[in-house]
Ligand binder design. Structure first.
Ligand code: MLT
Length: 332
């Protein structure tokens, strides 16, 4: 009799456990179904007005309409974007805290910070790629070199007195100019800012000499004649700056650099919520007004196949693999 009652009890507990598991899954499903029921926080790891902030605001402005809730941008600065990214990695995985990361925070920082408090692949759920951002070589308006060939001669001859602006170790502006400086074998003084928004202000003000920055931060200044631009580090010219030569055309084919900005959620965010966020991001990228604003700033809008969470996961993996040897070589 005892054996029977023990078996019955075990079966009963198993059934209860099974019911428990079903109710947890059902609860998650119900949460996802209603999501979002309140405002969402989008962390931007750099100062307002920079490329990541501008891209995040353009795209989330449309996503908020689709999702029916506000998306509040929170600029959290420091340490080349890794301060904010660490915070995002530790946030609740309920879909209400997201981050717009990029090639720096979610790839190049891995080899640059041996004690990085997160790993882009292990601590985040990829949501959606937002924009490719070609890198430009920029200088203050009164910088002597007239073209890239003169720039190369000048910076090689004057490297000791040059100030190169960037947005902190591991930022896109930092790592892309690390690559440029390595190709040219120069070691200028790096001047860090909380983002390339403030760095651009310093460049326009003539307080720094040059910078490698994402195109979306430079188009208004170039069109306004407030800075110098020497080349774009992609194989093709960009329609927003048709007169700007590629680095290959201008005599420096070895310098190729393109960044990207993307939305990530903390690891463990439910697949249903990730799918809802991805759908809203994809819808934004197909919106005429969003596309117009991104394209006029020189963004490269992801093709449909590049917009899935799986495609973003593959991009992060390949970019970590790409930048690790590049940055190790640059630091030698
Ligand atoms: C920014 O938005 O300020 C940039 O993405 C920073 C950087 O990575 O250069």
């Amino acid at each position: 009799m005892k054996l029977f009652s023990r078996t019955l009890a075990t079966a009963g507990l198993a059934a209860l456990a099974g019911l428990g598991a079903i109710s947890v899954a059902a609860q998650a499903q119900a949460q996802a179904q209603d999501y979002p029921t309140r405002a969402i926080t989008m962390i931007v790891p750099f100062a307002a007005g920079g490329p990541t902030d501008v891209i995040a605001r353009i795209v989330t402005g449309h996503m908020a309409q689709t999702l029916g809730q506000s998306i509040i941008i929170e600029n959290v600065v420091g340490a080349g974007g890794t301060t904010a990214t660490t915070r995002a990695a530790r946030a609740a995985n309920d879909g209400y805290t997201l981050i717009t990361g990029h090639m720096g925070t979610h790839a190049a920082s891995v080899p640059l910070y041996p004690k990085l408090a997160y790993h882009p692949e292990k601590d985040f759920e990829p949501v959606a790629l937002l924009a490719g951002t070609p890198i430009l070589i920029l200088a203050r308006k009164d910088f002597a070199p007239k073209d890239l060939k003169e720039f190369i001669t000048y910076v090689k001859a004057n490297t000791a007195k040059l100030n190169a602006a960037h947005a902190g170790i591991g930022s896109v502006s930092h790592v892309s100019c690390e690559l440029l400086n390595s190709v040219l074998d120069i070691k200028p003084t790096g001047v860090p800012f909380n983002g390339t928004g403030p760095a651009m202000n310093a460049l326009v003000g003539g307080q720094v000499d040059y910078m490698c920055d994402q195109i979306v931060n430079a188009v208004p200044q170039i069109n306004g004649g407030t800075i110098k631009s020497y080349a774009i580090a992609t194989p093709e010219r960009n329609p927003s700056l048709p007169d700007l030569p590629t680095t290959a055309e201008a005599g420096l084919p070895a310098f190729q650099a393109q960044a990207w900005n993307a939305i990530f959620a903390p690891k463990g965010t439910s697949p249903a919520i990730v799918a809802k966020l991805n759908a809203a991001a994809v819808k934004a990228l197909d919106d005429e007004n969003v596309r117009k604003r991104l394209l006029e700033l020189g963004s490269v809008i992801p093709k449909p196949a590049e917009r899935t969470p799986e495609a973003l996961a593959a991009l992060v993996k390949s970019e970590i693999a790409k930048w690790t040897p590049v940055l190790k070589q640059a630091s030698n």
